[in-house]
Design a protein around this ligand. Structure first.
Ligand code: GTP
Ligand code: MG
Length: 448
């Protein structure tokens, strides 16, 4: 089975099995759905004037994007071939309304963003099975606020969909790289680690000499360790655009770095299926922990329910047989009790009225006490601390819970006593089966 067929099969299976489960836990299935749609994506981000558009033009072999020394791009441009649109350039308003494209959820960021997204259709063999997204360069934190939409969040949203994220640093500009990195990192699945991000130091030809270059590189490494919180520095590709560079510049010794980077970008589509699995894995783990919180609460509520039920039934039975006897002893009414009527005869059906009322009333009071008092109390406790019954034994589970606690709280808040019987336990089993069986099989398939 080739990758495309595998992706199609995965899409059908995921939709059938997961969509209803996500809906049950009030979670958005859109994320998975948009990942599965469309083609592999490469996202290029970085400081303004770091050479993003220049690199893209070189990759495509055409001058598709404008370039310039001042901040040039203020839009997210999706560049691909064969978009299904006749026009060379399609505005964001069309893109976010097209159910065949994975951009519908960007509608939520508002009009301002929509007017800053567009798609360009370009004929290039590279783009047959890939789309490249050029992004507005990062400015400083104050200017970011003037964009009219949450730039960091949008960046995170694009990063979530991307199979490769090229993060370009221009050694001479600080920008909001750290914030942007955090925004991206937070949206990527835990499992994917850093391998979806490629770090690039660009325009190295502008360093006057080797010591100037070493200083810039050293500063960048320092900034990166601050940014990633790690001491080991990931590979940083060193590049420059040959067409722009001065002859005899310091970077001429390392052309292979740029070639390697370009190769990596060209191969990005090969990671697609793996990334889809990682994304599904992450989102199913998210829904799983919510489901666990709900199930463990309901299990507890169920135990309490049976305590109430057993006591109510026992009391009802007692009152059914002896309630009228007690009443008779205390008040003299009813004159003939049900038991006397049965023992002495002839049996009078009307003697059952009081026992039935007493027994039924006890059951009603018992169930009201459970639903109006006991269940509510339990729920209040669970809403205050949904993790009470969960095993948060690893860092991974603790982080996952932190992320999903609010969704779990909303789910718990919406539960009623009748939910004891509405199949939450089965849903949790289904989710766990998907993680332990279906997803494992797919991982095995792509390894082979
Ligand atoms: N010397 C040199 N100049 C470069 C290099 N890459 C790009 N440039 C120039 O730097 C300027 C900015 O490049 P762009 O490609 O527009 O940068 P960008 O990252 O797309 O910038 P924004 O769209 O504003 O975010 C342009 O004038 C390019 O010609 C390079 O490697 N070396
Ligand atoms: Mg640009």
């Amino acid at each position: 089975m080739n990758e495309k067929e595998l992706q199609k099969q995965l899409q059908t299976k995921v939709k059938k099995k997961l969509e209803p489960l996500f809906a049950k836990y009030k979670m958005d299935f859109g994320g998975i759905d948009s990942t599965l749609k469309w083609k592999p994506l490469v996202l290029i981000i970085g400081n303004y004037s770091s050479g993003k558009s220049t690199l893209i033009n070189e990759l495509i072999g055409q001058d598709v994007q404008r370039t310039g020394q001042a901040p040039t791009d203020d839009s997210f441009t999706i560049i691909t071939s064969d978009t299904g649109y006749e026009n060379v350039e399609t505005p964001g308003s069309n893109l976010v309304n097209d159910p065949n494209l994975p951009f519908q959820h960007f509608k939520g960021f508002g009009e301002k963003l929509i007017s800053h997204i567009c798609m360009k259709q370009v004929n290039s063999p590279l783009l047959d099975n890939m789309a490249i997204i050029d992004s507005p360069g990062m400015l400083d934190a104050t200017s970011e606020k003037d964009r009219g939409y949450d730039y960091m969040q949008v960046l995170g949203e694009f990063a979530k969909m991307a199979d490769l994220i090229v993060l370009m640093f221009d050694p001479h500009k600080a920008g909001t790289i750290k914030e942007s990195y955090d925004a991206i990192r937070n949206t990527l699945p835990e499992k994917s680690g850093e391998h979806r991000i490629v770090f690039v130091m660009s325009r190295i030809d502008e360093c006057d000499n080797l010591s100037d270059f070493t200083r810039s590189y050293g500063t960048l490494c320092w900034n990166m360790s601050q940014m990633t919180g790690r001491k080991d520095i990931p590979h940083i590709y060193l590049t420059y655009a040959p067409g722009q560079a001065k002859v005899g510049n310091v970077a001429e010794g390392w052309p292979q770095e740029r070639e390697e980077l370009i190769e990596k970008i060209k191969k990005a589509s090969g990671f697609r299926i793996n990334h889809i699995l990682e994304d599904i894995d992450r989102q199913v783990n998210e829904v799983e922990i919510v489901a666990e919180a709900v199930s463990s609460f309901l299990k507890r509520a169920n135990t309490v329910y049976w305590k109430f039920a057993n006591v109510s039934i026992a009391l009802a039975a007692l009152l059914f047989f002896f309630g009228d006897v007690i009443l008779n002893a205390v008040s003299g009414y009813p004159e003939t009790t049900m038991l006397t009527s049965i023992r002495v005869g002839p049996f009078d059906l009307s003697t059952m009225i009081i026992p039935v009322i007493l027994a039924f009333g006890t059951l009603v009071i018992g169930s009201l006490a459970y639903s109006k008092i006991a269940f509510r109390q339990l729920k209040k406790k669970a809403v205050a601390n949904g993790a009470e019954f969960l095993d948060l034994d690893t860092d991974y589970r603790r982080n996952l819970w932190e992320k999903m606690a609010e969704t779990a709280r909303e789910n718990l808040e919406g539960l009623g006593p009748y939910d004891l019987w509405s199949g939450y336990g089965r849903s949790l089993t289904k989710i766990q089966n998907f993680l332990n069986n279906d997803l494992k099989k797919y991982y095995e398939k792509i390894v082979i």
